[in-house]
Design a protein around this ligand. Structure first.
Ligand SMILES: Nc1ncnc2c1ncn2[C@@H]1O[C@H](COP(=O)(O)OP(=O)(O)O)[C@@H](O)[C@H]1O
Ligand SMILES: [Mg+2]
Length: 219
């Protein structure tokens, strides 16, 4: 897949631009690191790409199709099917078990949605937990896991619907060095398996994993 960004601009207040004249093309199978000082617009960019925020102007095309063409319902589906978002704060649901958290995005998936498919959802979620070596925690609640383990649940959840594009906003910001390497390694493996992986990080270590580094500057 190709995610093309043309002349992207974003202002929150109508006068100060957070992003301006931003042009870039992201491709599947690559790990991109987005870096730059705090407040430069990294999260804003990622939120716009993941359809969590609106751009002010410019165009974003996914395999040639402008993202603006979809209606709200289709965008909501894309958020859960095409994009997988990983957050610094994990944002797991504290009232759901690890397994249930991973199943959350699947409620809109054509193959997994509905009560009848609950067992299918479970199997898929278990498979993802196994992939990240946290299957023994499936019945625990997020508060019973370490930060590194919670983030692996966050990544498993982001992959629930097998999205083509993984967006991660400082995924290791709340983790120690060992877990940090583990998460970068995991994301790198996803890129090698053909996903498009875009990771915001303050940490220079991300450069060891990235195929390309985008250094954002003040607009
Ligand atoms: N929802 C918002 N409303 C108004 N201003 C915002 C909002 N989100 C971010 N900003 C501002 O936009 C700028 C860029 O923020 P952000 O994208 O979070 O930067 P970064 O992730 O690089 O630290 C900052 O000045 C921030 O205060
Ligand atoms: Mg940020």
């Amino acid at each position: 897949m190709k995610l093309e960004i043309a002349d992207l601009a974003k202002t929150y207040n109508g006068k100060d631009y957070v992003l301006k004249d931003f042009n870039y093309t992201f491709e599947s199978g690559k790990f991109y690191a987005v870096m730059g000082p705090s407040g430069v617009g990294k999260s804003t960019l990622l939120h716009i790409l993941g359809l969590l925020d609106e751009k002010t102007s410019g165009e974003i095309r996914l395999d040639g199709v402008p993202l603006a063409l979809q209606g709200e319902e289709e965008r909501a589906d894309m958020r859960l099917m095409t994009f997988g978002f990983v957050f610094q704060e994990f944002f797991l649901n504290p009232k759901l078990t690890v397994l249930e958290n991973v199943m959350v995005p699947m409620h809109i998936h054509p193959e997994y949605s509905g009560k009848a498919n609950r067992e299918k959802k479970r199997q898929r979620a278990r498979e993802l937990l196994r992939q990240f070596h946290i299957e023994e925690y499936e019945d625990r609640y997020p508060s019973e896991l370490s930060g590194g383990e919670q983030q692996r649940v966050g990544i498993a959840r982001a992959l629930a619907n097998n999205p083509e594009i993984i967006l991660a906003d400082e995924p290791t910001g709340n983790l120690d060095e060992k877990n940090e390497e583990n998460i970068f390694e995991t994301l790198k493996t996803l890129a090698e398996s053909g996903k498009m992986v875009i990771v915001i990080s303050h940490n220079d270590a991300v450069k060891d994993y990235a195929d390309a580094v985008l250094m954002l500057k003040k607009a």
